[in-house]
Ligand binder design. Structure first.
Ligand code: ADP
Length: 394
């Protein structure tokens, strides 16, 4: 298969994009994003080494007004690309889609029906697909879901303790960040098949954060549930919170659903707690005690989740840190690993400071690793497999 693969990740006000030279192992060519769609749009394009190729702010007018126009701006910056195939990150594949899905009218209708499960994300993902269909009729498109990797969860991990009809209605724990976990699972499998056949806890700690128990290469459980709000605290999201708190805020304090949504998605987490920033770099550099308190709570909850997921697997062979915080913050990694010696996880402080791929202490029974996640590359790989009629089956 030859040509260029286009990978898109459309959010509420941004479209991230990356192109790859098609081949058995797709090679990244260029990537970037349009931010500020609907407000003050800005496009940046970089080559695979990170060098800036385009930086456009449209102060002179003609700024893209919606996702379709932003896509046109991206294609213009890419030199009027005609992709061989297009892969999209789509947040929700519902209870049944356990692999990427080829887009046709029936699949679009199915994905539309899932909008109520992810109202803040799914409509933008689908807008990206529609914009591409209009721009490139006949070019194959593949939807790659954040939920798909978790469809191997046992029922016990997927259900809430509610009457069974709720589960049947789709009120269940879907899990997210699946493309990241799948990438890490494949990376570890390529490097060390024996380790990948064992028990991994992967800590995807970025702006959004979750952890996943992967046993024998398959997701067994994850900290995120029905939505991407559950689990550990995040940049601006609360993470797990007693549902009784929400009832109290509604009943005793009269908060509306919209106010709660704003609080839990945008006003909580590291930013809400510190009152300063959602960015761990800012908090680590700050002398404000609220910054230290927010980080301390964050690492407390992440450490708890490592223990919970290890318990779900009957032990742990490796803890893998990934995403912006996991890959870059030695301080967070050290704080998370503090006291995890009982699980056989011993961190080497110097290796951790240097951010080496293996930061476990010599002789540590379980390993502690740092791996770079790459959701776009995972989508490009799915595209490659789908075009070859491979495992993605699309
Ligand atoms: P997302 O893809 O979810 O937007 P990322 O995985 O890119 O997020 O993570 C972004 C976050 O990573 C930033 O908000 C910041 O908290 C953290 N981060 C990035 N670089 C560093 C660094 N050098 N040290 C500490 N934290 C970092």
């Amino acid at each position: 298969m030859r040509g260029t693969l286009l990978v898109l990740n459309a959010g509420s006000s941004s479209i991230k994009f990356e192109t790859f030279a098609a081949g058995p192992a797709p090679v990244a060519l260029m990537g970037g994003q349009v931010e500020g769609i609907g407000a003050v749009p800005h496009l940046r394009l970089r080559d695979a080494a990170g060098a800036l190729l385009a930086d456009r702010g449209w102060q002179d007018g003609g700024a893209p007004r919606d996702h379709a126009e932003a896509l046109d701006a991206i294609l213009g910056a890419l030199g009027d690309l005609r992709p061989a195939a297009i892969g999209h990150r789509v947040v929700h594949g519902g209870p049944d889609l356990a692999a990427p899905a080829a887009i046709d009218d029936a699949m679009m209708a199915r994905l539309e029906a899932l909008v109520p499960l992810a109202p803040l994300h799914q409509p933008h993902n689908l807008a990206g697909i529609r914009a591409c269909a209009a721009r490139f009729p006949g070019v194959p498109q593949l939807a790659c879901f954040d939920t798909a990797f978790h469809r191997t969860h046992p029922w016990e991990a997927d259900t809430y303790a509610l009457p069974p009809e709720f589960h049947a209605r789709g009120i269940r724990r879907y899990g997210f960040h699946g493309l990241s976990y799948e990438w890490i699972a494949r990376l570890v499998a390529a490097e060390d098949p024996a380790l990948a056949a064992g028990r991994l806890v992967v800590a995807h700690l970025g702006n959004g954060a979750s952890l996943c128990a992967i046993r024998g290469g398959r997701s067994l459980d994850s900290s995120m549930g029905f939505t991407a709000l559950d689990g550990v605290p995040m940049g601006t999201r609360s993470g797990q919170i007693d549902p009784g708190v929400l009832l109290h805020l509604i009943e005793a304090e009269g908060m509306t659903a919209a106010e709660l949504s704003r609080l839990l998605y945008a006003g909580a987490g590291l930013k809400g707690m510190s009152g300063l920033s959602q960015d761990v770099r800012v908090l680590e550099a700050s002398a404000d005690p609220r910054a230290a308190a927010a980080l301390s709570h964050f690492t407390w909850r992440v450490r708890r989740e490592v223990g919970a997921l290890a318990a779900a697997m009957g032990g742990i062979d490796a803890l893998v840190f990934t995403a912006g915080i996991g890959e870059n913050s030695a301080g967070i990694r050290a704080a998370v690993c503090e006291g995890l010696g009982y699980l056989g996880l011993h961190l080497d402080p110097a290796r951790n400071r240097d951010g080496l791929p293996d930061v476990s202490a010599p002789g540590s029974p379980a390993r502690i690793l740092i791996r770079r996640t790459d959701e776009e590359a995972m989508i490009a790989l799915h595209l490659t497999e789908a075009l070859a009629g491979g495992p993605a089956g699309a």
